[in-house]
Design a protein around this ligand. Sequence first.
Ligand code: NDP
Length: 406
Amino acid sequence: MTKKFYQLSARERLEAMDLTPSLTAFYRERQSDEMPNLIENYFADFTLPEGLLRHLVVDGRSYQVPMVTEEPSVVAAANNGARLVGQAGGFQSHQTSQSLLGGQILFQDVAIDELLAYVSEQREAIFEAAKLAKPSMVERGDGLKDVQIRSLAGRRASLDLTVQTGEAMGANAVNTILEAVKAVFQPFSKNIVAAILTNAGHDALVTVTTQMPVSLVGGLAVAKAIVSLSAFGKVDPDRAVTENKGIFNGLSAVVLATGNDYRAVEAAGHAYAGSTGRYQSLSTWKLDDTGEFLLGSLTMPVNIGRLGGAIAAMPMAQRNLELLGAPSLGALKKVIVATGLANNLAALKAVSGPGIQAGHMRMQARTLAIQVGAVGDEVLKVANGLAAEGAVDQNHAKKILGEIRK
Ligand code: NDP
């Protein structure tokens, strides 16, 4: 019997894909032993650049932070923001001490009173089912911690579970517990629509703050400009979404470098940004009462792990955690959020000051040089040539490369 595509080895898949010999050879060189089991239909590794945030100070400790991103200027901005904050003593963090992830059992056409009465009657059975589903968690002091009913519009309700997930993000653990708890609700089986974790992260908030003399950002006028721009992020969703994108530039680069689920972190962050009913920037920048200090803060949910998921399977994630100094899960979360705030500061400073385009142009010139075929030393020569001519486009890049190669 012929195997289905998903049953083939990575090598066999390339043959089945009917590619040109050069494309087959290209992908074959990019197959590894570590990644095939992480996803389905694997046929090659896709590499991304990893850059270093050299010196991030959080709660008095200095970290070297790995950042994985394909976007120019992101790592430079993180270093820039972190350097300024570092001169003021670094970032401070505040967070819930435990890792908590939520789960939902969703009911429809339900009489809320009956459901409430049943939950209160079955409370012990619910906790017992959760314990039997994941005894290892309970042994570690983790597992189901709370159960609440939330009434929703149109005779709907959500049974909200709060699960302590230890050192892991806990997505699979929560789903396993939900399946077991669902069985306790046999009398309501016709009303149950789904049992699934929520990425909302209400109980996983991390806050990072900084207080810096205005002189560090270039004086009171610059600080005021940063504060003004930040205020737009509170009243205009169009501005807020761009500001939050800038935060995730840094934040997600660290989430990715440590093998964590950046989609989960970003979804939770955006939901939190809209939690007042209007989508707002996640960070806040203001002046203190004396006008001498710029105060910055960033609060958002962070459900990640330092083990489990893909972390153990990806050697780069393991090494990156080592590079970070094998931080506790709490420390890793604050490093992630602090990097987001560092990027945010650099972006606000650039946008409210001379504009972001100058720095971007330099990086774009290098990207353009590579696009037109520059290699090695040529990249910088072409980029410098473009900057000197003040025209960053492909035609100029080609012309300069041609001149260099004459
Ligand atoms: P795992 O399924 O890998 O579970 C964690 C593993 O670590 C378990 O085997 C657990 O052992 C073990 N472990 C050892 N020590 C500890 C400790 N101190 N604390 C906690 N666990 C420990 O990972 P997660 O449940 O964290 O799931 C994360 C993955 O799920 C990510 O890859 C994510 O992308 C994915 N995912 C995300 C979803 C979402 O966000 N909506 C949905 C579904 C999946 P034991 O079993 O003995 O407890």
